[in-house]
Design a protein around this ligand. Structure first.
Ligand code: OGA
Ligand code: MN
Length: 290
C-alpha cells in the first residue's frame, strides 16, 4: 500500500523505480519531506529527480542525512576535490575511458558493511547513451520456488574485492588506480533482511560473489549464473536513460545495477557519486558470520 506523498510521484515500471517532481535537493529538506523521500525509496528502491543542480557540498549534505558518506574504501576512485573526497567523480573524456561498471552488482558488496545507498548526479551525459539498469532483489527472491528460497536462506557467500583489483589492472588507461592485493573478502548471507523494511532480498552478484560458503567455485557458478539470469529478467529491470541534471539514488540492499557501456572516450560522461550509510548484512533468525 502506497502512502500519501507530499510531492508528485510517478511509478516508472512494474518492477521498481519512481520519479519525484517538485523537490529541490540542493535545499536542506524539511523533516517531513525527507521522511517521505525515505519512505519512497523503501517503496520504489530507485528514485529519480530531474533538473537538479547540486554542488558537491550539497550532494554530500543530502547523502549524509541517510548515513555517513565515505570516500571509496579501496581508494579505487578519486574524489571531486580535497574538501569532498566522499564525492567521487566517474568520468569518461578524451584520453580517459573511465572505470567499468558494466556488470550486475551491488555497490562494494565485498566490504564488511557495504554502503546502504548510492547517489549519482549526472553532470555530463553522452546523448542517448550510458544508461544505467537496475533490478529488484526482493522480487528476485520472492519469484523463486519455495524450496529454492529455503535452500538459499541456509547459505552464505563470499564476496571478494579482487574483482575491482582485476578490473583496474585490466584497464590501466582508466582513472582507476591499482588497489592492494591483500584486501579481505567478506562472508554475507545469500538472503538478507533489509534493516528498515524488514523484507528479505537476494544478495549475491556476479561481480563480487566468488562462491557459496562450503561449496567450490565450480559448484557455485551454475547456481550463481541461474540467480543472476533470474534476477535480471526484463520484467524485473528499470533502465534509466540519463539527462544532464538527473539525480538518481538507489538502495544497494534490495537492488543490483549495471552501467551500460555503449559510449567511448569521445562521448564525454561525468557523474558525481556518493554513498551513504551501510550495515553488516544479516538474515533475520540466522547467525551472522564472524
Ligand atoms: C557506480 C556505478 C553506474 C553508472 O558508481 O557504482 O555502478 O552508470 N555507476 O555510472
Ligand atoms: Mn556501482
Amino acid at each position: 500500500m502506497s502512502r500519501d506523498y507530499p510531492f508528485e510521484i510517478q511509478s516508472l515500471t512494474g518492477a521498481m523505480g519512481a520519479r519525484i517532481n517538485g523537490v529541490n535537493l540542493s535545499e536542506d529538506l524539511d523533516a517531513d519531506t525527507f521522511a517521505a523521500v525515505t519512505d519512497a525509496l523503501h517503496e520504489y528502491l530507485v528514485l529519480v529527480f530531474s533538473d537538479q543542480d547540486l554542488t558537491p557540498a550539497e550532494q554530500s549534505r543530502f547523502s549524509q542525512r541517510f548515513g555517513p558518506a565515505e570516500p571509496h574504501p579501496y581508494g579505487s576512485r578519486a574524489g571531486v576535490n580535497n574538501e569532498h573526497p566522499e564525492v567521487i567523480v566517474l568520468e569518461t573524456k578524451p584520453g580517459r575511458r573511465g572505470a567499468r561498471n558494466d556488470f550486475w552488482h551491488s555497490d562494494i558488496s565485498a566490504s564488511k558493511e557495504p554502503p546502504a545507498l548510492s547517489l549519482l548526479h549526472a553532470r555530463i551525459v553522452p546523448e542517448g547513451r550510458g544508461d544505467t539498469m537496475f533490478c529488484n532483489m526482493y522480487r528476485a527472491l520472492e519469484t523463486l520456488s519455495p524450496a529454492m528460497q529455503d535452500m538459499l536462506r541456509g547459505l552464505d557467500a563470499m564476496h571478494s574485492p579482487d574483482a575491482i583489483r582485476q578490473r583496474n589492472l585490466a584497464e590501466p588507461d582508466t582513472d582507476s588506480p591499482q588497489i592492494p592485493a591483500n584486501l579481505a573478502s567478506f562472508r554475507h548471507p545469500v538472503v538478507r533482511t533489509h534493516p528498515e523494511t524488514g523484507r528479505d532480498a537476494l544478495y549475491v552478484n556476479t561481480f563480487f560473489t566468488t562462491n557459496f560458503v562450503d561449496m567450490t567455485k565450480e559448484e557455485s557458478r551454475p547456481l550463481l549464473d541461474f540467480l543472476m539470469d533470474h534476477a535480471t529478467q526484463p520484467e524485473n529491470v528499470y533502465r534509466h536513460r540519463w539527462q544532464e541534471g538527473d539525480f538518481v539514488m538507489w538502495d544497494n540492499r534490495a537492488t543490483m545495477h549495471y552501467a551500460v557501456r555503449d559510449y567511448d572516450e569521445n562521448m564525454p560522461r561525468r557523474m558525481h557519486r556518493t554513498t551513504a550509510g551501510g550495515d553488516r548484512p544479516f538474515l533475520k533468525g540466522r547467525a551472522t558470520a564472524a
